[in-house]
Design a protein around this ligand. Sequence first.
Ligand code: GCB
Length: 586
Amino acid sequence: MLYPQANQIRELHTLDGFWDFQTDPDGVGESQSWFDKLPNPEPMAVPASFNELTLQPELRDYLGDVWYLRRFFVPATWAGKRIWFRCGAVNYRAVVWINGCRLLEHHGGHLPFEADAAPLLRVGKENVVAVRVNNVLDWSTVPPGFLRSLPGTNRKELQYYFDFFNYAGIHRSVQLYTTETTYLADITIRTYLSNNQAIVQFQLEVAGLAPERRLTIIDHLGNAVSSKEIKGDEGEFQLETFELWGPGHPYLYKMQVELLDGQGNPIDAYIEEFGIRMVAIRGNQIVLNGEPVYLKGCSRHDDFYLVGRGLNLPLIQKDLNLMRWLGANSFRTSHYPYTEEMMRLCDRLGLLVIDETAAVGLQTWGEMPVFNADHAGEKTLENHCRQLTGLYRRDKNHPCVIMWSIANEPDSSEENSLPYFEKVVAVIRNLDATRLVTMVLNAPVDTDKCGQLFDLICVNRYSAWYTEAGHLDTIQHQLKTDLQKWHQKYGKPVMLTEFGADTIAGFHTLSPQMFSEEFQVEFLRKYCEILDELDFIVGEHVWNLADFMTKQGITRVIGNRKGVFTRDRQPKMAAFYLKERWGGKV
Ligand code: GCB
């Protein structure tokens, strides 16, 4: 799916700002036509999570429907065009009405969705849009969850097996953009090297009739490098001189696509950025553009004070700068697709991304095994595959994405997990043979059933934290044996995708004790010493870049404190240790 852009053909208007907002705990909004007017609204910022912004503290843990509504003007000059209503992400379910008519429905909290709203809009007049958002997870959603009654109250709690707060609302920008009725719906760009040439393949998806298409490759100085006019939808460029994209040299090209009418006039135009780079596994190494690359970095969350999981451009910039300050070259979008804006910035800054779906917390819960088709399994699988496909369609042209992660820590010892993940892996491998595919595992190596499906083994470990708590001297033997077993069992390179210790900034102890800054440093150091000894290790991602909000629990002190930075992005001692280890230069 293309990122919206304004140009000589396309116009773009934002609907971000303060919308009217109201909760609908009894689910009466639709029958009472709230899509025309909310009975008792208050202002709500869009994009943002709604949880922490109002005068009602109980909204933080609210479950059910909420409504967002705003009025906007459509210029008369838009008559006869397609007018796309697009939203970057709503967590979790969204139903959209335009002028009282249902436009679309979308499930899944972290991907964009859009529809042509022109048939419902009044051009040259005021219009009204309403979005009903529901944040309840169930057995079929990805991630899954379920409701549990709270004893002694008439309230319910959402149970889920993932470790971040289930922030909700309109999380990413809402936009209107125009195209002509004939338009470029999508483009896929793939690059590889052959006989010292860079081959840039493209495939267009054109809606309507455009007799000709002109494609131009533009270099970073704005010069046209190569151009061609074609009648079909696919083709390739062969570049004899070219620049590769990679960390330290994030060279981006632009592909300009123009759809032309019979007289050579443009009907549509779009510019997509891309980089020329290849990634593969060679023996025990990840190889980027023919050179081994060792992944180092911290995973993170889209999470900040007040705005929750809402689009936060300054936070994205700060976090990528903190990673560069540490000397990191990569991170994983734990545990859901991040914003399109962040992916674009990673392209520009040369950070490598493991792009993860929202399939986190796929556990086997007693009576309700999530992989079991008799229960919700088939629907979970369907949603999972749909969201993976959506992620691919959104991010396929980003050079920063080198690997797809199809899930985080599912119960991969469960009998039914193998047939389930075989199907999910087949979906992404059919779509994309140019990137690596993994799943982040945490099952015991002896009982894991799924590792064989992936290009490399990604594993999370917390020795001396969740097991043998506080005993730093137990880390090294356990970790080494464990990682060696993963390597022996599957004969593939291994990456440690999570290791970390909760640390309260400002807690100090002379001998390293849990929760102190000294403990966090020693903990990381012990892990890293083992990683340095093993030649099949291809990367290390510390958990986590920064402290983040979670649901309440006896192991969470107003959130997860495993950040090497605090939630307001100040360094703990561990940040300096990592900077030294990873060679951060700033
Ligand atoms: C994990 C999860 C991550 C948690 C982390 C922790 O294994 O993948 O989502 O936040 O452990 O801190 O417990």
